[in-house]
Design a protein around this ligand. Structure first.
Ligand code: HEC
Length: 105
């Protein structure tokens, strides 16, 4: 009985988590490692002119990436990010935002 209850609870938690995120954080992780970590750091800590991505929520990250993708400037060094965001799909942005916001605290 106790075992069955535990299983049900774990299943419910897993289902809730998957639904809440609705994004592929594993895909976001490999994209980040390949395209973003060299500037923003392995832990999103940033360095020099490259801003830290820690403590940002998914909406913030996604809206910034869409702004850059549209070719709009945000700060003095936006040109760098405009070039980087150009090739990102909506799914890429959702996955990156989910990965960054849930892993870089
Ligand atoms: C060549 C270096 C470089 C790479 C690669 C790069 N970035 Fe950036 N990123 C920057 C710079 C520089 C800025 C600041 C731009 C500005 O002044 O608007 C920035 C800004 C950002 C911001 C806004 C931060 C804030 O505080 O508003 C986000 C989000 C971001 N980058 C995410 C990413 C993601 C995700 C990737 C990978 C797809 C990536 N960056 C790849 C250099 C880089």
């Amino acid at each position: 009985m106790r075992f069955a209850l535990t299983c049900a609870a774990v299943f419910a938690m897993t289902a809730a988590t998957a639904h809440a995120q609705d994004a592929d954080t594993e895909a976001g992780k490999s994209l980040y490692a390949g395209k973003c970590a060299q500037c923003h750091g392995k832990e999103g800590q940033g360095m020099a002119i490259f801003p830290s991505l820690q403590g940002r929520d998914a909406d913030y990250i996604a809206s910034r990436l869409k702004t850059y993708r549209a070719g709009e400037k945000v700060g003095a060094n936006s040109g760098v990010m405009i070039a980087n965001a150009k090739g990102l799909s909506d799914d890429d942005i959702r996955n990156l935002a989910a990965y960054i916001s849930s892993n870089f605290k």
